[in-house]
Design a protein around this ligand. Structure first.
Ligand SMILES: Nc1nc2c(ncn2[C@@H]2O[C@H](COP(=O)(O)OP(=O)(O)O)[C@@H](O)[C@H]2O)c(=O)[nH]1
Ligand SMILES: [Mg+2]
Ligand SMILES: [Zn+2]
Length: 315
């Protein structure tokens, strides 16, 4: 009997990582029937069959998972099992930072009880970023300050110059990490830099993000060989924030937590209630106004999803 980790599953065939090698395995019928009970990242027991083929006999208990909840279907889709942390990737420039997406990704991490950190990639594009910052009126390090203050570590990288790749590798050590971020920020490039013989396809810049732009279609786990695994799970970007329960949201914004007990109402949604400690902190500059706006936008979509009769209605 062998124990391994599921790297990928396509059409009933599973690639399983065992002691530095990969085995192709089938799945025992009884596991197959319990739909969704095996995912990328699962630890499994494998038995070699008489004909030499390998079969997954059992899925070992999970320590956490990254899942996407769908409100409409009232079910959970497991994107990857045993994930430890999420790396939210943004680019200094090209594309312009999508901070609402960053807030959503960090929310996903919090909801799934994953550690999270930010990778600021393309730091070689400083000159270009300065132009964008001029047009915007703020530069990205300023925009990222609230995240650092909330306790999110920021690792600066450039695939082009090699800056920060070693620190990033250290940050990944012995853990399963999900890379997430907008199309074009350099996720595939970073994975290629971390695993030199990987050869993931790198996309072109400028193309509109959206369906069909993802060069990786099915989720997979990439072993770094030192006990670290990178999870390439395209579904994270399309995470549906509407699947959140409205009441869950305020805890998900980490830096709001110290204020939550001080709101006048226990069920305060930090929008227009009197005596709201969160809004008070925003007004006094102790909390970021932009993060609060993201919170309100997520709250609205969560409330809309909780009212099925106007889910189709205009925003
Ligand atoms: N200047 C610069 N370009 C980068 C860097 N990392 C990635 N790119 C480029 O950004 C584009 C998108 O990269 P890709 O890895 O496909 O992004 P993904 O969509 O997040 O997987 C490609 O043209 C890369 O060559 C970097 O650190 N600096
Ligand atoms: Mg990619
Ligand atoms: Zn409040």
């Amino acid at each position: 009997m062998l124990i391994g980790r599921v790297l990928q599953g396509v059409g009933g065939v599973y690639r399983v990582y065992v002691d530095g090698a990969e085995l192709e395995c089938s799945l025992r019928g009884r596991i197959k029937q319990g739909e969704g009970s095996i995912a990328v990242g699962d630890r499994v027991e494998i038995e070699r069959q008489e004909d030499g083929s390998c079969r997954i006999e059992q899925v070992l208990p999970r320590e956490g998972q990254l899942s996407r909840r769908s409100f409409a279907k009232r079910r959970e889709q497991v994107l990857a099992a045993n994930v430890d942390q999420l790396a939210a990737v943004v680019a200094l420039a090209r594309p312009e930072p999508d901070l609402f997406l960053l807030d959503r990704l960090l929310a996903v991490a919090e909801l799934n009880h994953l550690d999270a950190f930010i990778v600021l990639n393309k730091v070689d594009l400083e000159a270009e970023a300065a132009v964008g910052a001029g047009e915007r009126g703020t530069d990205l390090p300023d925009l990222l300050r609230p995240y650092a203050e909330a306790g999110y570590e920021i690792v600066r990288t450039s695939v082009k110059s090699g800056t920060g790749i070693d620190s990033l590798r250290e940050r990944l050590h012995d853990r399963i990490t999900v890379f997430a971020g907008a199309s074009g920020v350099g996720k595939s490039s970073l994975l290629n830099a971390l695993v030199p013989d990987l050869g993931l396809r790198v996309g072109t810049v400028g193309a509109r993000s959206g369906r069909g732009r993802h060069t990786t279609t099915a989720g997979q786990l990439i072993p770094l060989g030192d006990g670290s695994f990178l999870a390439d799970t395209p579904g994270v970007q399309n995470f549906e924030p509407a699947a959140l329960e409205p009441g869950e949201l305020s805890c998900v914004f980490r830096e709001f937590r110290p204020f939550l007990d001080h709101c006048r109402f226990a069920d305060c949604r930090h929008r227009d209630e009197p005596g709201c400690a969160v809004r008070e902190a925003v007004a006094q500059g102790g909390l970021s106004e932009r993060r609060h706006e993201s919170y309100l936008a997520l709250l609205e979509s969560a409330e809309r999803a909780a009212r099925p009769w106007d889910r189709q209605g205009p925003g």
